[in-house]
Design a protein around this ligand. Structure first.
Ligand SMILES: Cc1cc2nc3c(=O)[nH]c(=O)nc-3n(C[C@H](O)[C@H](O)[C@H](O)COP(=O)(O)O)c2cc1C
Ligand code: SF4
Ligand code: SF4
Length: 253
């Protein structure tokens, strides 16, 4: 079984490709988290968790889901993290999580994908993103082959200093910067509600024909990137920047 969390589609793309290559079903974790219907999975075997790297470790939406849901003890768990550059301390975070849940940790791997964090950075031009996606397909195939053979993924050891420091930075960032106060809709908004629909945390509602942001945001960047009119801005950081429309759009699908 393959589970994914995504903001802008990169992790869904990777999850779908791994599902095709391994013959496993795949599912969006927000199917469960949006309804708060706690899943209790009973199938033993291989589970693959796919999500973006947020501040050098798997998105908390995914790790919180794994902590919350019930799984059979002893399942074999792989972690595949999509990132613009590095999965950071993912191997240690994932292996400790597996220890708490009684899973067998089968390793963690990163797949480099286009940057989507346009509140802070800039996504690349479409041609460069296509190049990244083509390289990603090769890595997905390699990892799927290892998963099919039941092999563990090799990952680097994360030392105590790197681990503690990164965890501290992450905590500070999640607490103080993953806020919605800087989001606003401009006059280009046509009240289509797409931002409401794509928010994985159901954090956006419409007020007087314009989106209004609540306070559960995880900065996934779905709303700002996927608005069909590019009508959402984030402070001064996003003005004039291209929006990242996801892998399918970059591949012309
Ligand atoms: C809040 C946030 C934090 C991010 N942190 C990192 C990071 O620490 N390292 C990195 O390489 N990429 C980082 N990125 C980039 C994403 O991990 C990358 O674009 C990912 O593939 C997006 O996946 P998605 O389309 O499934 O949401 C970050 C993106 C966001 C929105
Ligand atoms: S997706 Fe864009 S155009 Fe549609 S309601 Fe949201 S801000 Fe307005
Ligand atoms: S409100 Fe936050 S969590 Fe929801 S789509 Fe926008 S950035 Fe993502």
């Amino acid at each position: 079984m393959i589970f994914y969390f995504t903001g802008t589609g990169n992790s869904r793309f990777v999850a779908r490709r791994i599902a095709e290559a391994t013959g496993q079903p795949f599912a969006d974790i927000t199917t469960y988290t949006k309804t708060m219907e706690k899943p209790g999975f009973t199938e033993p075997g291989v589970y693959v968790f796919v999500c973006p790297s947020y501040m050098s470790a798997p998105a908390r939406a995914m790790t919180d889901f794994i902590e919350w849901a019930e799984f059979p003890s002893g399942i074999k768990a792989y972690f595949i993290v999509t990132c613009a550059a590095s999965m950071g301390i993912t191997p240690r975070v994932a292996s400790e999580l597996c220890g708490r849940k009684g899973f067998e940790f089968m390793g963690a791997a990163q797949i480099e994908m286009p940057q989507n964090y346009i509140a802070l950075f800039t996504t690349k031009e479409v041609e460069e993103n296509i190049d990244i996606l083509e390289k990603a397909e090769i890595e997905i195939e390699r990892l799927s082959g290892l998963i099919n053979k039941g092999e563990k993924l090799e990952c680097k050891k994360i030392g105590p200093v790197e681990y503690s420091f990164t965890k501290w930075v992450r905590d500070v960032y999640y607490k103080n910067f993953m806020k919605t106060t800087k989001f606003r809709a401009t006059d280009k908004c046509i009240s289509c509600r797409k931002c409401v629909e794509v928010c994985p945390l159901s954090n956006i509602s419409m007020k007087d024909g314009k989106p209004s942001w609540g306070n559960k945001c995880t900065h996934c960047m779905a709303c700002i990137n996927r608005c069909p009119k590019d009508a959402i801005e984030y402070g001064k950081g996003s003005a004039g920047k291209p929006r990242y429309k996801g892998p399918e759009a970059n591949l012309g699908k």
